[in-house]
Design a protein around this ligand. Sequence first.
Ligand code: ADP
Length: 603
Amino acid sequence: MKNNKKEKSNALRNYIYMLRFIGKHTPFMLFGYLFFDVLATLPWTLTNVVLLKYIIDVVSEGKDYHRIFIALIGFVLFIIIGNLLTTLFYEVSMPKQKEKLYFSLYKTIYEKAAKMDFEAYDNPEYYNDLVLAMTSMNDRAQAVLSNTQDILTNIAGVLTIGTVIITIDPMCLVFVALCVAIMTPIGRKIAKVNVERTEAMTPLDRKNLYFCRVFYLQDYAKELRLSGAGKMIEARYNKNIFDRIFTISPYLSKQWKLYFCQESLPMTMLIYLGITIFMGYKAIVTKEIGMGDFAATFNGAASISNSVFAITSWFAISIRENGLYVEKFKRFMNAKEKILSGDVKTVFNKPVTIKFENVSFAYPGTEKKVLKNINLEISPYKKIALVGYNGAGKTTLTNLLLRLYDVTEGRITVNGIDIRDWDIKSYHENFAAVFQDFSLFGATLGENVSMNDTPDKENVKKALKASSFDRELPEDTDSILLREFDENGVSLSGGEAQKIAIARAFYKDCPFAILDEPSANLDPVAEYSLNHSMSKASEDKTVIFISHRLSTTVMADEIYMLENGEIVEHGSHEKLMEIDGKYAYMFRLQAEKYNEQQNAKKD
Ligand code: ADP
């Protein structure tokens, strides 16, 4: 019971949080939604009760019929003005207000998502909240508004009609109270079954979303066409539909009985029959009230019962359901960052020394140390290669240097300052990073290289040249990439896309570049020319690159070979070949494979 109360007050608080959010960003929408609907619906409710009573009273009195005419004109004017204002609001202002609200909502969500720690993506709860915020908060904001609007309309109805009925015969309200007293617990039961039904259907809804994604995302399109995966997924989809019908059936059979009991019995017995007999007796037999009063109480009691019931179900169903979603949105918005910013705001104009001192690291929520006691010193301007088998810890090491995660033990310093003391934004300005899973954006070629909307054309071209991107595009650096924003957007091969991503590192005027697998999608010729131009274009930078292709590492000043999170060898290519250890073994293996392939091609 206590929990139930707490849950309701939390839900109400969440509901108010969403209303305040809407009010802060689009106050006119909030005001309009709440005011205009009351204005549009109240006259109709009043017509049924007050106008009807007035007309019947005048007719019963048998004189001054012109009063009916005046009342009618008054009501019609009221309705027309109300309609005019609500139509103006709903058809002209609201669509714009809605856009404004969605803009504010998504801007808030995007800004928060972009600010959150990278590690938050490893946290399923945060990730679910993010997905939920992205996919359903606009509907929720709309639902909160509509529900509040309904409730205000109902409250206005109860207050006005209730006042009229009290003046006629307060006893009628006893019938109403009885009707509501019977309807409300049944309503609560319905709400409970509804919640149970939603919970039971949630995993099946999630599966449905997955099926949608598989059939609309390009990521799956190739496999669907070339293999039997489409049929396999379709079979699962069919099964899911059967599961849905099977799961929902018991709830439906409970619900129809409850709805029937709730709607038919109290309404029919107490309002339609009870009040008709009671007030009819007073109007016809004892003549205590007029026929107008009789008609008004009959209509008014039905309307009040429905309104009071709507208000109580609102507490039981809508507040709870919307509150639950808003709770997750709030949790997402209030999620705290763990990677905290320091005060140092230095952006270097030339490379300085980077040091890893006894660095160990385990990913959040895991025990296993994926980096163990790493010590390394990178002098300015050096070209450093990180090599090793998959899972050795190379990407993790660069993730730590970029402060996407914080070290578990030890420290990393840049120019002698612990990187945790740095203001994160300033710190990142010192680095250009190209990731293995880089992304191109639906923007111009120039913007994709500069990563801002004011690319310097000459520098973009220089950077593209350095990364060996030599494709001529119709509008040069102004050509739009991808098709999202332009039907004629340029499609690129994997290698071309990678060269554009690499060009970002050359474009950015900063002392450090980190390249994760820069040549993964390149053919050997492109790789050779990338190596060549990379050393030239990055003369003024320290470069740290991860590579599986050991032909790329030959040019590095220093190579660090990692295994199981530890540095097992380091030195120049020549030195490591001389030692004839693990690096030399890997290098020879790759060289042999490459030669075999070339020979096979010749044969
Ligand atoms: P490499 O780049 O050398 O292939 P990684 O640095 O990507 O290796 O991975 C090192 C280890 O860390 C692997 O065992 C990998 O499974 C683990 N790992 C990588 N990312 C995560 C993560 N987000 N959460 C937990 N473990 C991770």
